[in-house]
Design a protein around this ligand. Sequence first.
Ligand code: FE2
Length: 290
Amino acid sequence: MSAIIARDLTPAFGAEVSGLEPRIPLDEETIAILRALFDARGLLVFRNTPVDIKFQTYLSELLIGNDVPDPDALFVKDNFLISNREPAGAAPYGRLLYHSDQMWSAKDRVDLISLYGREVGQPTTPTMFVSAVEAWETLPDNLREMVEYRSAIQHYDPEVYRKRADGDMDVLVSTYDTGEDFATTPIAYTHPRTGKTILYVCQQTTQRIADLPADESDALLDALFEHLYAKGKELAHDWQEGDLVMWDNLALQHARPNVLVEGPARTLRKTLAPFPMASVKPNYGSVIEA
Ligand SMILES: [Fe+2]
């Protein structure tokens, strides 16, 4: 009998899960419950759940897969850190606007991100989330009609990014450098596992709407962002050491307010799933953020 208990964090998404005993392998009932919760809620928070990197990787692959991963075949990377303390840590400072990892990549798709609170001082900077599934479901009809069959050009452009940030410009950072990498993606993006529709544009790496003049594209994206990031839609995860947070990188977007190098320790161990990927090399830890 599984002891898993879940509590909704917002009406639209997120669940705090208790009762997980981190062991490999997990039993079939626990796996089924966790997979169903992940697809229904998009974000699972396990408070005070010390796990090693192997279990974190195992659970990451398990939640998005059809098969239970072979623990001996997992690609385990222990030094994939978001940190303002560790010398090789990524994104050691600054504020990041909303995005989904790799949205700009035509080669790779990140289905799941997890972060584990390895060293967390207080008060620390939260990770913020919004649901792009809820955003599509609640999109006003006039906006929906304007974008339903349109596509977006995904590419990091520093000038576009800076224009989207209001306030705190001096602490704004982006760790993306997409180079020549462009992807064209449907704005109404069908989630590959759940079949739900996602409003698939973000502040950080959506450059413009395809086949529209620049002013119309800008105005339409502004309206979409206003809806996506509206007040009351965000969930803040306030980190404690030993927190394990796993989210659907397609259904949800993440961001963070400013992090200071001289602030309280904030070292979060990250996994991506599926992993490894063609364009995300093991040394990618120096150029990503959360
Ligand atoms: Fe990120």
